[in-house]
Design a protein around this ligand. Structure first.
Ligand code: UDP
Length: 254
């Protein structure tokens, strides 16, 4: 890790300067935090699993034409990504009532929504990621109405695709958070998917038992946190039956 210049350290990842201009190396840590860092801990092996899960999902999204920052996985904990200017918005897509939506409206967690809801939050830990509307986003110059159309359409396509993918492995995609960035190519700017998609940023429930297979196990001390992350990877076919100790080979197992 010392060989590269560190650009940024976040809660779950570190960004390093990449091997060529316009690239970054994204390193996945085992550190976990919740409630805006008021709770923190370690989920052993999480970084390795999230690196794989995010690689898997971003590759599939790339395949269906969703532009992402993912280039390739470098090793157990690192992936090469394209450097983008992060748009300071967290885009949350919800299919089932849970988390802050349930709290805000006093609604029962687990109720399916008649249609998917997209919410925006300003990406700012200092301000505790306040919820925002399109009005704030355009008035404060974070994104134009055209950018927002593009973000909304990408978010819904990603949701449709991921709902189907998880349904196929017996998992309900309750909600998830996305981040987008701007990529300059010659004199054109494109909006592409950035950050990660993993059980840190998604709520994933077993279809039959409603067991939580995501970071809520850590947030609410539900136990078997490591098992939940491994179970998602195992069902996606990217973790051998015998566990993460076997994740040594260079080939993605699919
Ligand atoms: N989420 C995230 N990072 C955040 C806030 C939320 O990845 O800083 C994810 C979270 O894991 C969940 C979805 O976004 O899948 C919706 O989160 P919610 O608004 O319910 O907030 P929470 O109660 O999880 O903080």
């Amino acid at each position: 890790m010392a060989r590269r210049r560190q650009i940024f350290e976040g809660k779950g990842k570190v960004l390093f300067e990449g091997p060529e201009p316009g690239t970054l190396v994204q390193y996945f840590k085992d550190d976990a935090s919740a409630f805006n860092r008021r709770k923190s801990g370690i989920i052993t092996g999480k970084g390795v699993i999230n690196n794989r899960i995010s690689e898997f999902l971003m590759t599939k999204l790339n395949d269906i034409g969703v532009p992402t920052h993912f280039v390739r996985r470098l090793n157990m904990r690192e992936q090469l990504v394209r450097e983008v200017e992060i748009i300071p918005i967290q885009v949350v897509v919800r299919n089932v009532i849970a988390g802050s939506l349930a709290d805000r409206f006093g609604m029962t967690e687990g109720t399916p929504l008649p249609r998917s809801i997209v919410e925006y939050f300003h990406k700012s830990d200092e301000l505790n990621n306040p919820m925002i509307t399109e009005e704030h986003i355009t008035a404060f110059g974070w994104a134009s109405p055209q950018d927002l159309d593009e973000i909304m359409s990408l978010a819904l396509r990603i949701n449709d695709f991921m709902c189907g993918l998880f349904l196929g492995i017996g998992i309900r995609l309750v909600d998830f958070k996305l981040e987008f960035g701007r990529l300059w190519e010659e004199d054109q700017v494109r909006i592409i998917l950035a950050d990660e998609i993993s059980p840190d940023s998604c709520r994933l429930w077993d279809m039959e038992t409603n067991e939580k297979l995501d970071k809520d196990r850590f947030r609410h001390d539900l136990g078997r946190v490591e098992d939940a992350y491994q179970e998602v990877a195992r069902r996606l076919g990217i973790l051998p039956e015998s566990g993460p100790g076997d994740l040594k080979g260079p080939d993605v197992m699919q």
